[in-house]
Write a protein that binds this ligand. Structure first.
Ligand SMILES: NC(=O)c1ccc[n+]([C@@H]2O[C@H](COP(=O)([O-])OP(=O)(O)OC[C@H]3O[C@@H](n4cnc5c(N)ncnc54)[C@H](O)[C@@H]3O)[C@@H](O)[C@H]2O)c1
Length: 347
């Protein structure tokens, strides 16, 4: 069987995770790796023992024989790289965020649609077994109509880490709410559909040696086209363990992280009914552990390969990536203006 040849742009923290997941995949080949820092490529070679070619400039990736590329470079580079990759006819797995400005998100969407290449955005948590299970219950009608949803991302990223060399800078990382809580916005969209309007407050609160330029904390309230309402809370830096919570309230059932209640369960109407909830493995709750069950980067890479090898429907395509980014930009704009923003007003 012919393997899908994949090129990797960026062999940093997440790029090496993707590199390892491509190498272990029986139907994929890590053919070419590009990073401006040769040490990162050497580290990936050492970790995988794989015999891939390497290059220092991404143009060599677009000109190469690879079928697909994984873009895992800093945020500001995603747009140019995706546009170039699409023009070269390569299928694209792009790390989040799609781009750091709405204009660039539009350019990427146009380039991908014009070239008709497959595109997958790297919101890997959709593949988490908790959310796949909850989504199955929603699709079967067991949760009823979702009317309220909540998701948060609170992550103590110590101020001294190398990543702050770019993460806090607006020109390189863009909005940190978009970069970090794009995951949450994507997830609430996965369950409740498109967002109509958003009200957001944000600020910079945590001290750190290199201060961030956009925001390190935000709370955003959403109204969906369906009429459902939701909340996303974001903080990079709190003195607390990593948290990524998800709560979905439907007219017939509720999901609170790994615990689920349905009104069809026996004794539901009685006091103490919480004992009757379904408890899924706590290990499925996202925990930021590299490659863990709760952080299924491997499953999203499997999906990318299946997309290319078997033509399965894409779980998060360029149009969907655009909607998540649009809602995040609307949140940032709402905080800037101090008012509720209708998402369509940014279009
Ligand atoms: N989906 C997730 O959960 C997740 C997790 C972490 C990071 N990310 C995203 O992945 C991207 C990378 O993040 P990271 O934490 O791995 O950062 P990183 O700094 O560890 O890695 C970035 C890599 O890109 C390389 N690079 C920079 N400019 C380049 C260029 N012009 N050409 C080739 N290589 C270049 C760097 O040398 C580095 O190896 C970011 O967009 C980030 O938002 C996503």
């Amino acid at each position: 069987m012919k393997k899908i040849k994949i090129g990797l742009a960026g062999a940093g923290w997440i790029g090496r995770e993707h590199g390892r997941n491509i190498v272990r995949h029986p139907r994929a080949e890590l053919a070419l790796v590009c990073d401006s820092d040769a040490e990162h490529v050497a580290q990936l070679r050492q970790e995988t023992g794989a015999d891939f070619r390497e290059c220092q400039t991404v143009n060599e990736l677009w000109e190469s024989d690879v079928d697909a590329v994984v873009i895992a470079t800093p945020n500001a580079l995603h747009a140019e790289m995706c546009v170039a990759a699409a023009r070269a006819g390569k299928a694209i797995y792009c790390e989040k965020p799609m781009a750091i400005s709405l204009q660039d998100c539009r350019r990427v969407r146009e380039a991908v649609e014009r070239a008709r290449v497959p595109y997958l955005i790297g919101y890997h948590r959709r593949m988490n077994p908790l959310y796949q299970h909850a989504r199955g219950l929603l699709d079967q009608g067991a949760l009823g109509t979702p009317f309220m949803v909540e998701s948060d991302y609170l992550h103590h990223v110590p101020g001294g880490l190398d990543i702050w060399s770019w993460l806090g800078k607006e020109q390189i990382a863009g909005s940190l709410f978009h970069a970090g809580s794009g995951h949450n916005v994507d997830l609430i969209r996965y369950f409740c559909g498109e967002i109509k309007d958003v009200t957001c407050m944000k600020g910079i609160f945590m001290p750190r040696p290199q201060q961030v330029e956009t925001e390190d904390t935000a709370v955003a309230l959403f109204r969906f086209e369906s009429g459902a309402i939701g909340k996303v809370q974001f903080c990079i830096g709190p003195i607390a363990p990593f948290q990524f919570n998800f709560k979905l309230y439907g007219t017939h059932g509720t999901v609170l992280n790994n615990r689920i209640w349905l009104d069809t369960m026996p004794h539901f109407a009685e006091a103490g009914h919480e004992r009757d909830g379904i408890e899924l493995p706590a290990a499925w709750i996202p925990d930021n552990v590299q490659g863990g069950v709760g952080e299924p980067w491997d499953k999203l890479m499997d999906h990318f390969v299946a997309l290319l090898a078997d033509g399965v429907a894409c779980i998060n395509d360029v149009g969907s990536a655009y909607q998540t980014s649009l809602a995040c930009f609307a949140a940032v704009e709402s905080a800037r203006r101090g008012t509720t923003m209708a998402v369509r007003d940014l279009e």
